[in-house]
Design a protein around this ligand. Structure first.
Ligand code: GLV
Length: 336
C-alpha cells in the first residue's frame, strides 16, 4: 500500500516510477489548471502537492491542507506561493532552479533578436502578400552587435543572458538589488549602475528579476519616459513587473521603439487587449523555459523535491530553508 497521497496539478513530460512506489498519485487530467475550489477540496486529503505557477497556493489553501508535508513547484519562480504561511506551517516549498537557466536565456535572446530585426512583422508582411521587391529601407531595425544591453536582475538567468551578449560585443550594464562579486562582473564585463542610468543608456533592456512587492510595476510611465526612443524592452520574467497600460502607451506613442514579452498580467492576455493591435510588440505565451530538455529536467527536479519532502528529508532545492532552522530551533527548545 503506498504510504502517501499526492496531487500533481498537470500532466508532466516524464514517468513517475519512483514516486508511484511510495505514493498514490492523482494527476489532474485537463489542459487547464484545476479550479481553485477543486484544489481547496483536494488539498484536504493529500500529503504532497506538485504544482505549477498557474496554481494559486495561498494562505487558505495551505491552512486547509492539514496533512501536507511538502509543496513542490515545477518552476523557478514561486510568487504564486504564500511563503509566509508555508513558513508558519513549517512546510518546505521546492522549486526548479538552474535546469531552465539556459533555455530561458536563449529565449530572451530569441525575443531580443526577433524584436530588433522585426522578424514577426516581416513574416506577416510576406504572408500578407506585401513583398514586392528588395527595398533599401524595408523593415529596418537597430544593430545588435556593439549595442548597450541593460540587464535588470543579474541572477542566474541574467548572467546567462550576459554571457551570450559577449558574442555580440555588447556593452553590458546591470541593475540589481546588490552589486555582484567583482569576479562575476569581470567575467561578464558587466557594469553595476543605478536603475535610472540603465534605463537612460541601454539600447536593449531585459528583465530577469523575480516578482516581489518591490518589482511590481517596476516599469511604468516614468521608466518608459527615461528610456531611449530607440530602446527595446524584453520581459521573460513575470508579467506584473511591467505595467501593461503604460507599455501600451509607450509603444503606441513610440516613446520606446519596441518590446517583446513572454509574460503578461493577467495570463493569458485577454484577446481584446489593445496591446495585440501593435506591430512593434511581440507576445509569446510564457514559453521561455519550454525546451524539451529543460521541461523534463524541471519535472524530474520537482519530483525529487516532492519525494524528499514526503520522506521528511531536506528538499534538494528548497525556497524556504528557514523551515529547517525553525524545526531544529524547536527541537533545541524542547530539549532545554
Ligand atoms: C517560469 O516562468 C518559471 O518560473 O519557471
Amino acid at each position: 500500500m503506498p504510504k502517501f497521497n499526492v496531487l500533481v496539478t498537470r500532466r508532466l513530460p516524464i514517468a513517475f516510477d519512483q514516486l508511484n512506489q511510495i505514493a498514490s498519485v492523482e494527476i489532474w487530467p485537463e489542459r487547464q489548471p484545476p479550479p481553485y475550489k477543486v484544489l481547496l477540496e483536494k488539498i484536504k486529503a493529500i500529503d504532497g502537492l506538485l504544482c505549477l505557477l498557474t496554481d494559486q497556493i495561498d494562505r487558505q489553501l495551505l491552512e486547509t491542507g492539514t496533512s501536507l508535508k511538502v509543496i513542490s513547484q515545477m518552476a523557478v519562480g514561486y510568487d504564486n506561493v504564500d511563503i509566509q504561511t508555508a513558513n508558519a506551517r513549517h512546510l518546505p516549498v521546492g522549486h526548479t532552479p538552474d535546469v531552465l537557466t539556459n533555455a530561458t536565456a536563449d529565449f530572451a535572446w530569441t525575443l531580443l533578436m526577433a524584436a530588433a530585426r522585426r522578424v514577426v512583422e516581416a513574416d506577416r508582411f510576406v504572408r500578407g502578400g506585401q513583398w514586392q521587391t528588395w527595398e533599401p529601407d524595408l523593415l529596418l531595425g537597430p544593430d545588435i552587435t556593439g549595442a548597450t544591453l541593460g540587464i535588470v536582475g543579474l541572477g542566474r538567468i541574467g548572467q546567462a543572458v550576459a554571457r551570450r551578449a559577449k558574442g555580440f560585443e555588447m556593452r553590458i550594464l546591470y541593475a540589481n538589488k546588490h552589486q555582484c562579486d567583482p569576479e562575476v562582473e569581470q567575467s561578464l564585463n558587466a557594469e553595476f549602475v543605478t536603475f535610472d542610468r540603465l534605463l537612460q543608456e541601454s539600447d536593449f533592456v531585459t528583465i530577469h528579476t523575480p516578482l516581489t512587492e518591490d518589482t511590481y510595476h517596476l516599469f511604468s510611465e516614468q521608466q518608459f519616459e527615461q528610456m531611449k526612443r530607440s530602446a527595446i524592452l524584453i520581459n521573460t520574467a513575470r508579467g506584473p513587473i511591467v505595467d501593461l497600460d503604460a507599455l501600451y502607451q509607450a509603444l503606441k506613442s513610440h516613446q520606446i521603439a519596441a518590446a517583446a514579452i513572454d509574460v503578461t498580467d493577467p495570463e493569458p492576455i485577454p484577446t481584446q487587449s489593445l496591446l495585440l493591435t501593435l506591430d512593434n510588440l511581440i507576445i509569446t505565451p510564457h514559453i521561455a523555459s519550454a525546451s524539451r530538455q529543460a521541461r523534463e529536467k524541471m519535472a524530474r527536479m520537482a519530483i525529487a523535491n516532492l519525494i524528499a519532502g514526503l520522506q521528511g528529508k531536506r528538499l534538494p532545492h528548497c525556497v524556504n530553508p528557514e523551515v529547517y532552522l525553525i524545526s531544529s530551533e524547536r527541537e533545541d527548545c524542547s530539549m532545554s
